[in-house]
Design a protein around this ligand. Structure first.
Ligand SMILES: NC(=O)c1ccc[n+]([C@@H]2O[C@H](COP(=O)([O-])OP(=O)(O)OC[C@H]3O[C@@H](n4cnc5c(N)ncnc54)[C@H](O)[C@@H]3O)[C@@H](O)[C@H]2O)c1
Length: 280
């Protein structure tokens, strides 16, 4: 883990989506704590049973935990009400690290989506970002100059066959980032999406063929796949004042994957050592 640079000293926020130590948001919360932030941790009520938020709360200096379903406007308003009370006023940052593909999880192919599940996937994975920001504004819980961050994947722009409905969800998420970014800019509030490498987490593991996506990206990206800890270090810069003029962007944190076409490692994986040494 990186040393503290006090990047978030004095800042307060809400961090969603930490379920267990593999979660991207878990690493992010640890990094935000290291950098001096105080925050409320939140997750869906069902995570009380499956998650380990209490451990993270303790490890981050006794962070308050508020359970809220990110598809419920009432629960989100309650979350932001409780967060501003607990942290003493409007928040400097909000992290959305939430995703769930119902059809993907249940192995239902894209050509035959169950629309009820599809809607739920879009609601949980994308519309919930809109709901979170709306609820924060409704409760006057976002400070001027604040930062909102959401987690995305390159499947928003390109087809990764097994990513299926989640590609649509991430495309919507990234569009909401732009649409809200325009409106939030009037108050100096910025909002960005971080497009992260395949990462071994509970949500990642729910995608069939995840290991192939992970190995493919590892072979193509010049720096290899970015892990949770490096993602967290990048994210804290986006919550800090150093990035105050960056907004409405999808920012790739993927070891260079998004700029690549074919790599030697990929060719060698398919055809063996046909290239005769490394002349890259
Ligand atoms: N793992 C990857 O390969 C990868 C790659 C790029 C982006 N992402 C994105 O990163 C984010 C975090 O995922 P992760 O990989 O850390 O997995 P994760 O399973 O640890 O986190 C997903 C979180 O979403 C929460 N959640 C689900 N439904 C919810 C609801 N209704 N209300 C509130 N919370 C709810 C879960 O409880 C969980 O904590 C997601 O947006 C995911 O799509 C993941």
């Amino acid at each position: 883990m990186a040393d503290s640079n006090g990047l978030l000293a004095g800042k307060t926020g809400v961090i969603s989506g930490a379920l267990d130590p593999d979660s991207i948001a878990w690493a992010l919360a640890e990094a935000a704590h290291r950098e001096g932030a105080r925050f409320v941790l939140t997750n869906a009520p069902v995570a009380r049973r499956f998650g380990r938020l209490d451990e993270l709360a303790e490890a981050t200096g006794g962070s308050p935990v508020v359970y809220a379903d990110a598809t419920s406007d009432d629960e989100l308003e309650d979350l932001f009400g409780q967060a501003t009370d607990a942290l003493g006023g409007p928040l400097d940052f909000v992290v959305h690290s939430i995703g769930m593909g119902m059809n993907v999880r249940k192995g239902r192919p894209y050509e035959d989506l169950k629309y009820e599940w599809y809607q739920k996937s879009l609601d949980i994975s994308a519309v919930s970002l809109h709901r979170m920001v709306r609820a924060a504004l409704a409760k006057d819980a976002l400070a001027d100059g604040g930062s909102v961050l959401a987690m995305s994947y390159i499947g928003a722009q390109r087809v990764f066959s097994e990513y299926s409905e989640m590609g649509d969800a991430k495309a919507l998420l990234e569009s909401i980032v732009r649409s809200f970014g325009y409106r939030l800019g009037r108050r100096g509030i910025r909002i960005n999406a971080v497009s992260q490498s395949p990462t071994k987490t509970t949500a990642g593991g729910g995608i069939q063929g995840f290991d192939a996506m992970f190995d493919f990206a590892e072979k193509v990206a010049p720096l290899g796949n970015a892990d949770q800890a490096s993602c967290a270090d990048y994210c804290v810069t986006l919550l800090s004042d150093y990035t105050r003029m960056v907004t409405m962007q999808t920012l790739y944190h993927d070891g260079g994957f998004s700029a690549m076409g074919i790599s030697d490692a990929l060719i060698e994986g398919m055809y063996g050592d046909v290239l005769g040494g490394d002349d890259a």
